[in-house]
Design a protein around this ligand. Sequence first.
Ligand code: C5P
Length: 238
Amino acid sequence: MADERLIAALDVPTRGQVEQLVVCLGDSVSYYKVGMELFYALGGDIVAWLKEREKKVFLDLKLHDIPNTVGNGLCSLLRLRPDILNVHTAGGLRMMQTASEALHHAADQAGIPCPKLIGVTVLTSMDAEDWAGLGHTGTIADAVLRRAKLAQEAGLDGVVASPAETAEIRRACGEDFLIVTPGIRPAGVSHDDQRRVMTPAGAIRAGASQIVVGRAIYASENPHAAAEGILKEMEAVS
Ligand code: C5P
């Protein structure tokens, strides 16, 4: 079975490109992230297509609205049977609590396993200057840790955070808390718009449960070789 610690991001806009990438990655990758680009373009059909191929799906729509709207929004997504859903921790404790309760209740009613619910802490594309520009006076690292603890208090299963903050979160929130880390760049690969980055091995060593890799796989000349290289790098530290 493929190593579920690698989640490949399907940040491409067409069904044809998705099919080409998933076929190319074959049995090497069993977990995919469907984000807003693909979901807004193709809707739930693409999730169904992946599930039919027995792939797991992290539906990364980063819900951020009032508690009632987020709770109901998550319940509407449940019919797609995603394995991981997420909300933005910036919505606060009450929003996250409502989201978690609504999702668990809806899954119970439907008699299906509840997807994992995780919270986005601070986007990995943000650096200290971006953060200060929003009027925040503390550091990003402090905010991420605070938001991770809040997510745990609200009953969420974990967070999305940069690998740079992972070790602190692991210490504070314990071994069972999911930490999913984007901002992954194997050595020598462009950082693009990401600011807080780490290699696959570095992220796993820091305590990440799963890593999300987008451009370093789908924009590579040989996506299959790129994925295999990342898997090998992760195996070496486990
Ligand atoms: O191409 P790259 O590997 O940088 O893609 C990272 C993926 O992870 C993108 O789909 C992006 O939306 C997502 N993501 C992120 N930072 C977060 C949450 C999600 O980069 N905090």
